[in-house]
Ligand binder design. Structure first.
Ligand code: ARG
Length: 478
C-alpha cells in the first residue's frame, strides 16, 4: 500500500521568470501573454504528480535503452538526474516555475540543466499526452490502494461493533416510522455490506486504471521501435492501452473511480444522517464521544455532531466532481485536448476528501460510538414494532394474512387509545380482535421474540448477526 501522503510531494508555490521558455518556442514569433500563461499553466496543482512522472520517465528511458534508442551513458545520466530531482522535490527544494507550464516540463528542464543532452533525449518517442495519462493512472493506482486499506479498516470497525451489539434491540424504520424491531448489530452490518460492495467496485475500477498509455505518444504511436510491454512491466501495469488514440484521450478510468468514490461518500453520508438523528436527544440511541462534537457559542446545552454533519456536507463536493469529470469528457473529439488538464483538481480533491473522511469515520465508529440500549428499546416498544409478529401469529393459526392484518390494525388502534403497548393489552381484550389469540401470544409480542424469529441468512436474529460477523471477518482476510 502506498500512502497518499508519501506519493504526494510537498506543495510549493511556482515562481515566474520573465523569459517564456515553452518547449515549442521555435515555432512562435512572440511568447504567450502573461494572462494566457497563467490561465493555461497547471504546475500549481499537477506538481502532485511529480513522483509518478519521475517513475514514468525512468521506465520510458529504460525501455528506450533496452531497444537501443538510448545509449547506456545517456540512461545513466537520466537516472542520476531524476534521482536528484526526486530528492529535491521531496525536500521541498525544487524550484517550480510557472513559465514551464506543468510538472512534466519543469522536471525535464531541470533534468537537462543537471545532465545536459541526455535530458533532452528523454522525450524521444514520447509526448506529454501519453506522459500525463500515464502519470495520472500511476498516481490514482496508489491512491486507490490507500483507500482500499481504509475501507478494510472501516469494515473491521463495523464488524467489531456489530458483534458487540448483536443482541441489542432497536426499532427498524421504514419512512422513518417505527416498522419492526431489529438488532443494532444487524443495522451496523448493513453498512458493512455497503462498504464491502464499495470495495469490490474500487477493486474493479483499479483494473481499468492499471493500464498503460505510454507509447501512444501524441496520438498515433511512436516511430521508434518502442517496447510498450517492457515499460508496462517496469511500472507494474497489468496491461497496455490497446489503441493509441484512446490511450491519450479518454479519462473514463478517472470517471469510474470518481463514481465509485461518490458511492462511498453517499454511504458515509447516509450513515452520518443516522448518526445525527440517533445522537439527538429526541432519539438518544447513541452517544458520540465528545471529541467528535462541538458546543455552541450561545446555547450551553448543545452538543453538535459536527463530524457526521460535515461528512454529509462533503459528499456534495465529491458528487460535484463526478459531474465535472463527466461533463469534461462529453464533448471532446479524439484524441487529446487541453480540456483534459481539468481532470486533475477534481480527482485530487475527491481522493483527499474521501481519504480524510474515511480516516475520521473509522475513528468515530471504532472508538467514538456507544449505543444506549434502553433508549432503543423504549422507542421500539412505543412504536408497535411487533404488530407484524402478531399478524404472523394469526396466520400460523390459519387466518389469511389480509384478515390478520386487519385484526391487528384494530388491536393497535385500541392500544393507542389506551396509551399502552400491544403486549400490555390484557388477553381478553386481544381476543376481541381474534378468538385465535391464546396465552402464548405474549411470546411473539416481545421484542426479543420478534427478532429471534427472523432467523435465516440475512435476517436480524442475534444468531444470524453473529454468523454474518463471522462471514464478513473471513472475507476481510481474503
Ligand atoms: N498539462 C497537460 C495536461 O494536464 C499535459 C499535456 C499537455 N499536452 C499538450 N499537448 N498540450 O493535460
Amino acid at each position: 500500500m502506498i500512502p497518499v501522503k508519501s506519493q504526494t510531494p510537498p506543495a510549493a508555490q511556482p515562481t515566474s521568470a520573465t523569459s517564456a521558455a515553452g518547449a515549442w518556442s521555435g515555432r512562435f514569433s512572440e511568447p504567450v501573454s502573461e494572462q494566457v500563461k497563467i490561465y493555461t499553466a497547471s504546475v500549481n496543482f499537477d506538481q502532485r504528480l511529480a513522483f509518478a512522472d519521475i517513475d514514468g520517465s525512468l521506465a520510458h528511458a529504460r525501455m528506450l535503452a533496452h531497444v537501443g534508442v538510448l545509449s547506456a551513458t545517456d540512461l545513466q545520466g537520466i537516472e542520476r538526474g531524476l534521482s536528484q530531482i526526486r530528492e529535491e522535490i521531496a525536500r521541498g527544494k525544487f524550484a517550480w516555475s510557472i513559465d514551464l507550464e506543468d510538472v512534466h516540463l519543469n522536471i525535464e528542464k531541470r533534468l537537462t540543466a543537471l545532465v545536459g543532452d541526455a535530458g533532452k533525449r528523454l522525450h524521444t518517442g514520447r509526448s506529454r499526452n501519453d506522459q500525463v495519462a500515464t502519470d495520472i493512472r500511476l498516481w490514482l493506482r496508489g491512491a486507490i490502494d490507500h483507500l482500499l486499506g481504509q475501507l478494510r479498516t472501516l469494515r473491521g470497525a463495523f464488524i467489531d461493533q456489530a458483534e458487540k451489539y448483536a443482541d441489542v434491540v432497536m426499532p427498524g424504520f421504514t419512512h422513518l416510522q417505527v416498522a419492526q424491531p431489529v438488532t443494532f448489530g444487524h443495522h451496523l452490518m448493513a453498512y458493512e455490506a455497503m462498504f464491502a460492495r464499495d470495495t469490490e467496485r474500487l477493486r474493479d475500477a483499479r483494473r481499468r486504471v492499471n493500464r498503460m498509455p505510454l507509447g501512444a505518444a501524441a496520438l498515433a504511436g511512436s516511430g521508434y521501435p518502442v517496447n510498450r510491454e517492457y515499460a508496462a512491466k517496469l511500472l507494474g501495469f497489468e496491461a497496455i492501452c490497446p489503441n493509441s488514440l484512446d490511450a491519450v484521450s479518454d479519462r473514463d478510468f478517472a470517471i469510474e473511480f470518481s463514481a465509485a468514490a461518490t458511492l462511498i461518500m453517499v454511504h458515509l453520508s447516509r450513515l452520518s444522517e443516522e448518526l445525527v438523528l440517533w445522537s439527538s436527544p429526541r432519539f438518544g440511541f447513541i452517544q458520540i464521544a465528545d471529541r467528535f462534537c462541538t458546543g455552541s457559542s450561545i446555547m450551553p446545552q448543545k452538543k453538535n455532531p459536527d463530524v457526521p454533519e460535515l461528512v454529509r456536507g462533503k459528499t456534495g463536493r465529491v458528487v460535484g466532481h463526478l459531474m465535472g469529470l463527466i461533463t469534461l469528457m462529453k464533448g471532446q473529439p479524439l484524441a487529446y485536448n487541453k480540456d483534459n488538464q481539468e481532470d486533475k483538481e477534481p480527482l485530487f480533491d475527491t481522493v483527499d476528501t474521501l481519504a480524510a473522511t474515511l480516516s475520521i469515520v473509522i475513528d468515530l465508529i471504532a472508538n467514538g460510538l456507544t449505543a444506549v440500549p434502553e433508549r432503543m428499546r423504549a422507542a421500539a416498544l412505543e412504536g408497535y414494532a411487533t404488530a407484524t409478529d402478531l399478524a404472523d401469529y394469526l396466520v400460523r393459526r390459519g387466518l389469511p394474512f389480509r384478515d390478520a392484518h386487519e385484526a391487528v390494525a384494530r388491536a393497535v388502534r385500541e392500544a393507542e387509545t389506551r396509551g399502552v403497548t400491544l403486549e400490555a393489552l390484557p388477553l381478553d381484550v386481544l381476543q376481541q380482535f381474534s378468538p385465535l389469540i391464546k396465552k402464548d401470544v405474549f411470546g411473539v409480542l416481545t421484542l426479543e421474540g420478534s427478532v429471534a424469529s427472523r432467523n435465516h441468512t440475512g435476517g436480524t436474529a442475534p444468531e444470524q448477526v453473529k454468523k454474518a460477523v463471522k462471514v464478513a471477518r473471513a472475507s476481510l482476510e481474503g
